[in-house]
Design a protein around this ligand. Structure first.
Ligand code: NAD
Ligand code: TDX
Length: 336
């Protein structure tokens, strides 16, 4: 049986990917996750124990990572590396866990796959490319120069550079993907879309940073999962693939859409203090992934995917409600 080690597999996108593996493949999945505040081990609970195993531990733990990677002995076995500190606002408050997990953690994964000769797919973000002007006709491609803005994106850029160097210097068999903004079930309520949905469901108002002119390129987490699986199996070693679903939206429009789907007036939100160094626009050109590997997203209609996601948060309030007040009081303390 093919074994896949998924780091960060109890987080938002990692858990979605584990569900994807159980539903679409016959692989055995080992999840390595530190179970930080951002983890949702509940997301893995419905999955069969003969398919998925959860190991609680840190990607910076050399011995643990070595033993888990060393147990991948089949020719098709692989590591898919999602584990990261992932929230820009947190990286502005305290960058240190971002440097440790995102850079040192990736270094430990690279050294282990090098020692044991194991295939690696490294999951990264479009934020490594910095931002675009609103009217720039260009989108990010695989050759766009790196220009990260925040401690989070700089730590992901650092990790990407390590992967590229380990491929070139040590012939590690790795691919990299840089994906745009994800939405869908199990995303932590500190993030933009779930924060606004749960604000409205809890009787409050959405909180928009600045004027809300910033643009993000939205993709459903299920489409990110199918893209990662495609790259793992059909991608060329040493190559980078950008993942995106042509989903550009202004933040202001996303807030209005959430309010309208929930039957509230579209101006029923607050403008709050902007994020320091706030990137203006991200946009992905996914031509390489689509033409070379034949990948296509399933969630083409953003408003429909958003409506499904709103329904999911309504049905799963037991999961997010216990944390809502604490998340909001941290934001309120920063004027956000
Ligand atoms: P998340 O914060 O929801 O989940 C991260 C997971 O990693 C959590 O389960 C956490 O417990 C685990 N983790 C953190 N530190 C760890 C450590 N030291 N050792 C082991 N596990 C640790 O993040 P996410 O949004 O699911 O993002 C997953 C990956 O995808 C990240 O690498 C992120 O950079 C990348 N990415 C995210 C997006 C997005 O829109 N969310 C877009 C592009 C790329
Ligand atoms: O309350 C809010 N109000 C608001 O206007 C929050 C939390 C965010 N925003 C804005 C900031 C961004 O322009 O919404 C946009 C999206 O914010 P986030 O959800 O924090 O995402 P972003 O900073 O774009 O980064 C995300 O996409 C790339 C993920 O968190 C990263 O992990 C991923 O790499």
């Amino acid at each position: 049986m093919r074994r896949i080690l998924v780091t960060g597999g109890a987080g938002f996108i990692g858990s979605n990917f584990v569900h994807y593996l159980v539903e679409h493949t016959d692989a055995y999945v080992v999840v390595l996750d530190k179970l930080t505040y951002a983890a949702s081990p509940e997301a893995l609970e419905p999955l069969p124990a003969d398919r998925v195993e959860l190991v609680e531990g840190d990607v910076t733990d050399t011995g643990l990572v070595d033993s888990l990677v060393g147990s991948l002995t089949g020719a098709e076995d692989a590591v898919v590396h999602f584990a990261a500190e992932s929230h820009n606002d947190n990286s502005l408050r305290d960058p240190s866990p971002f440097i440790r997990t995102n850079i040192v953690g990736t270094f430990e994964i690279l050294e282990a796959v090098r020692r044991h000769g194991v295939r690696l797919h490294h999951v990264s973000t479009d934020e490594v490319y910095g931002d675009l002007e609103l009217d720039d006709p260009a989108r990010f491609t695989e050759t766009t120069p790196y220009l990260p803005s925040s401690p989070y994106s700089a730590s992901k850029a650092g990790a990407d550079h390590l992967v590229r160097a380990w491929v070139r210097s040590f012939e590690v068999a790795a691919t990299i993907s840089n994906c745009s903004n994800n939405y869908g079930p199990w995303q932590h309520i500190e993030k933009f879309i779930p924060r606004q949905i749960t604000n409205v469901l809890a009787g409050g108002r959405p909180k928009l940073y600045g004027a809300g002119e910033n643009v993000r390129d939205w993709i459903h987490a299920a489409d990110h999962s199918s893209a990662v699986w495609t790259i793992l199996n059909r991608g060329q070693i040493g190559h980078t693939y950008l993942i995106g679903a042509d989903g550009e939206q202004k933040n202001l429009e996303v807030v209005r859409m959430i309010l309208s789907i929930l039957g509230r007036p579209e101006d029923d939100f607050d403008h709050v203090t902007d994020r320091a160094g706030h990137d203006l626009r991200y946009a992905i050109d996914p031509t390489k992934l689509r033409t070379e590997l034949g990948w296509e997203p399933q969630f083409a209609d953003f408003r429909a995917g958003l409506a499904d996601t709103i329904e999911w948060y309504r049905a799963n309030s037991d999961w997010w409600r216990p944390h809502k007040d604490a998340v909001e009081s941290e934001y309120a303390a920063r004027g956000q």
